[in-house]
Design a protein around this ligand. Structure first.
Ligand SMILES: Cc1cc2nc3c(=O)[nH]c(=O)nc-3n(C[C@H](O)[C@H](O)[C@H](O)COP(=O)(O)O)c2cc1C
Length: 173
């Protein structure tokens, strides 16, 4: 579960030559964070390791995006995603995440690795309204499961309407 930190609506930034890194176990619990992750999120290593990655989930992020992320990783594929994260202070920061699964010798997913770079402002401007629409759909449903199913369908349709795969869509932004 994500902690309820109140968003400040203040955006913070990291440098274009920096990479925010984290690794998780297959259930999304943090097992590694780099210094840049700690600096921008405002948490210490002690506060992060063993916690769910949703510790930095921003309430503006639609659940449908994380469903696509997890479905893709658990099917053994890598994924790119634009993510708005919340720091301990309530400030937020946008990232372009490249998330990859790791396997054991039998091909079972034993963990995941995310490298995040500074996204272009053009891409953020493009995803913000799409995410806001998905979030509105999720909020419309009292039942969270139904809300997620509806926003997931909406996300799939949005991408389909552009005649692109999800990966092509993300890289086109
Ligand atoms: C390697 C990896 C990196 C992730 N990075 C983020 C992240 O930066 N921000 C985030 O909100 N969720 C991230 N997630 C997704 C979370 O595990 C979680 O699904 C998401 O925060 C939604 O929280 P919820 O499942 O409690 O609704 C990541 C997952 C993995 C496996």
């Amino acid at each position: 579960m994500s902690r309820s930190i109140s968003p400040t609506q203040r955006e913070v930034f990291f440098e274009p030559d920096e990479i925010i890194v984290s690794k998780t176990d297959p259930k999304g619990r943090l097992i590694y964070v780099n210094d840049i992750f700690m600096r921008i999120s405002g948490y210490s290593e002690r506060e992060l390791l063993g916690q769910q990655h949703s510790i930095i989930r921003h309430p503006d992020m639609p659940r449908a995006v994380f469903k696509v992320l997890w479905d893709t990783l658990l099917s053994g594929q890598e994924i790119f995603a634009y993510v708005k994260n919340i720091a301990k202070s309530g400030d937020h920061y946008w990232v372009l995440a490249h998330v990859t699964p790791s396997f054991d010798a039998d091909g079972t997913v034993i963990g995941c690795h995310s490298n995040r770079r500074v996204p272009s402002r053009k891409a953020i401007k493009a995803v913000e309204p799409i995410y806001a629409d998905l979030l509105a759909t999720e909020a419309k449903h009292r039942n969270a499961k139904e809300g997620l199913a509806a926003s997931f369908r909406q996300f799939v349709e949005t991408v389909k309407s552009k005649n692109m795969s999800y990966a092509e869509f993300i890289l086109s932004l």
